[in-house]
Write a protein that binds this ligand. Structure first.
Ligand SMILES: [Fe+2]
Length: 161
């Protein structure tokens, strides 16, 4: 996946990831590292295959790798990460060879991954990201389970994917 590899070597991406790592050094809740992004990518891709949705593999991985990138701005200056993330992601994606149409689809998914509105179909890319993001967390073994702000029904009690 040539364009996805370009993201991993992109300066903006690496600066933001380093900022997130530093800010989360002492965080006891879930981290927003590459481990998390790749889990989201793989779960999203499994959903894509199981439900025969036909989204491009590189777009799914790019979306997942970049979906929390805005956390660097949220930690620095308080901008909500889904908003900051779609702006940063657009820059990175442009530099890594993604088309205008792909950038639009991916950044729309990133900007709505925190809270999805009821009118979004479960076949849309943004809905896949929302689901994969939640499913990626191993709540069933989390030491911070009781302190976590997630609603009880959002927490993964079992492994479903
Ligand atoms: Fe996430």
């Amino acid at each position: 996946m040539e364009r996805v590899d370009k993201i991993l070597n992109n300066n903006i991406y690496n600066q933001c990831m380093a900022g997130i790592e530093k800010a989360e050094e002492k965080r006891e809740f879930c981290l927003h590292d590459t481990e998390h992004s790749l889990a989201v990518a793989r779960i999203a891709y499994i959903i894509n295959l199981e439900e025969k949705l036909g989204f491009d593999k590189e777009c799914i991985y790019a979306m997942a790798l970049l979906h929390d990138i805005g956390r660097c701005k949220e930690y620095e200056e308080g901008t909500p990460h889904h908003e900051a993330g779609s702006v940063i992601a657009a820059d990175v994606l442009k530099n890594c060879g993604f088309s205008e149409e792909e950038i639009y689809e991916i950044t729309s998914a990133i900007s709505s991954h925190k809270q999805i509105s009821d009118d979004v179909s479960n076949k849309e890319l943004k809905y896949i990201l929302y689901r994969a993001d939640k499913l990626s967390r191993n709540c069933f073994e989390c030491k911070m389970y009781d302190e976590c702000y997630w609603d009880e029904e959002k927490k993964n009690q079992t492994i479903t994917i």
